[in-house]
Design a protein around this ligand. Structure first.
Ligand code: NAG
Ligand code: NAG
Ligand code: NAG
Ligand code: NAG
Length: 368
């Protein structure tokens, strides 16, 4: 019957209209995104051309909303990716401008990625630290300057904090140790100064901590050994002083430890060589002295063992020949003396592994 048919069509149209309104992003989220967009310039790919129309939850490049609340949940803008938009333009992304504080109105934001755009500058808005749902902050590869927000530790759900390859200065905020869910911390290649917080051991979920290429001073806090999930620790190319904490040798899953190019002094703790899961150890370019502990054994498995450019003395540890595998070994530029032991870990090594010592001899150097 016609009237019923009309009624159904009307009802459907109404439902559709209600549904559309419900699905659209809230005007306040849309306004925040547009203010964010207006502070940035990206002209090669034109990603922001898609940021038009009323519904920011649909077809806005890099924007995703929570399907239940329709609030903006993720902003994911990679400057280097396999996305067709990059293949079409045949180049990587380049973006200038800055990160507008309007982002902080997106209080359901869980992921913020503005990565590898090369030229996004200015400060990280401090108000980001008041977005309680943030889990991922990835701003690698830009020109961000100023300090890391002091209150960053308020982000209790944060699992990833990647601010590497920027120009951030000031010190690592003391509050960072409150990030009890943090798994991945990368602050490499900035201009950070000051000390590593002494209670860094409170970051009990952390599995990677990369702080290389900064200007960090002070000593390595021994509390870091309490981060029992830590697999990868890179503190290289800083200005760290003091000795290497013994406790690093009792970390259950630490497999990469890079402390190269600092001013670390004292002796190499024997626990570091005898009792660990370490596969990659780089202590090159420090002020380490004394003997190399003679504590290697059948469980020693190093793909890299680099102690070059220090002030180590004595002989090359004889127990090294019992090691299961030693890939790249570098003892050069020290004050070692005596006969190089013979054995399988040494068979493949060249002169450069032992060069510039005081009085080493034997294969691959001249015979004793
Ligand atoms: C974007 O680039 C244009 C032209 O180069 C410039 O006039 C404008 O100020 C820039 N805007 C921002 C936010 O950097
Ligand atoms: C060896 O490591 C274990 C934990 O993996 C630790 O309990 C023990 O104290 C360590 N021993 C030495 C000599 O460091
Ligand atoms: C150890 O670190 C130094 C300084 O960063 C670097 O030059 C060297 O190549 C590293 N060693 C290995 C084996 O990667
Ligand atoms: C290395 O040791 C020598 C002799 O003990 C000492 O004169 C020199 O200052 C030391 N160098 C460093 C960088 O510690």
């Amino acid at each position: 019957m016609k009237p019923t048919g009309d009624f159904i069509v009307t009802a459907l149209t109404l439902l559709l209209a209600v549904n559309l309104t419900v699905n659209a992003c809230p005007p306040s989220d849309r306004a925040a995104l547009l203010a964010f967009k207006s502070a940035l310039n990206e002209s090669y790919l034109g990603i922001f051309n898609t940021w038009a129309g009323a519904d920011c939850c649909t077809n806005w490049y890099g924007v995703t909303c929570d399907p239940e609340t329709n609030r903006v949940a993720d902003i994911i803008l990679w400057g280097e990716s396999e996305d067709p938009i990059f293949q079409k333009s045949g180049r990587t992304g380049y973006m200038t401008g800055s990160i507008h504080h309007s982002l902080c109105q997106l209080d359901r934001l869980t992921t913020l990625v503005i990565a590898d755009w090369k030229a996004v500058a200015g400060a990280i808005p401090p108000c980001l630290a008041s977005l309680p749902h943030l889990r991922i902050i990835d701003l690698i590869g830009n020109k961000l300057s100023g300090e890391i927000p002091k209150d960053i530790g308020k982000l209790s759900r944060l699992t990833v904090l990647n601010l590497a390859d920027n120009r951030l200065s000031g010190s690592i905020p003391a509050s960072i140790v409150n990030l009890r869910n943090l798994m991945h911390l990368d602050l490499s290649n900035n201009k950070l100064s000051g000390v590593i917080p002494s209670d860094v051991g409170r970051l009990s979920m952390m599995s990677r901590a990369l702080l290389s290429r900064n200007r960090l001073t002070g000593s390595i806090p021994s509390s870091i050994a309490y981060v029992y999930r830590l697999a990868d620790l890179d503190l290289s190319k800083n200005e760290l002083t003091g000795s290497i904490p013994d406790q690093l040798g009792s970390m259950p899953v630490l497999s990469t430890l890079n402390l190269a190019s600092n001013r670390l002094s004292g002796e190499i703790p024997s626990s570091l060589l005898s009792n660990t899961s370490l596969n990659i150890l780089n202590l090159s370019g420090n002020w380490l002295k004394g003997n190399m502990p003679d504590v290697f054994g059948p469980n020693s498995y190093f793909t890299t063992l680099d102690v070059s450019h220090n002030n180590l003395t004595g002989s090359i540890p004889k127990s090294l020949k019992y090691g299961k595998y030693i890939g790249h070994l570098d003892f050069s530029h020290n004050h070692f003396c005596g006969a190089i032991p013979a054995g399988s870990p040494f068979d493949h090594l060249g002169v450069s592994s032992f060069a510039n010592n005081d009085c080493l001899c034997g294969k691959p150097l001249h015979s004793c």
